[in-house]
Design a binder for this molecule. Structure first.
Ligand SMILES: [Zn+2]
Length: 65
């Protein structure tokens, strides 16, 4: 099985699980909802798999189906 790139939260350093609730901010940084400090304006809120699937810049992080 090919090793995939993993994204991790810049606040808590934990790797995202596909079902984690995350916030994408205006700088295209992904945070856990509970880690987001509202320093920047949120752009999108959702679960991790939906946020990365909806933004082409993150498609390298999509799991291979
Ligand atoms: Zn976090």
């Amino acid at each position: 099985m090919k090793e995939k790139n993993k994204m991790h939260c810049p606040v808590c350093s934990n790797t995202y699980k596909l079902s984690d609730k995350v916030i994408l901010d205006i700088n295209n940084t992904v945070f856990h909802i509970e880690c987001f400090n509202h320093q920047f304006s949120p752009k999108q809120l959702g679960i991790f798999i939906e946020v990365i699937a909806g933004n082409e810049i993150f498609h390298e992080f999509l799991p291979v189906s």
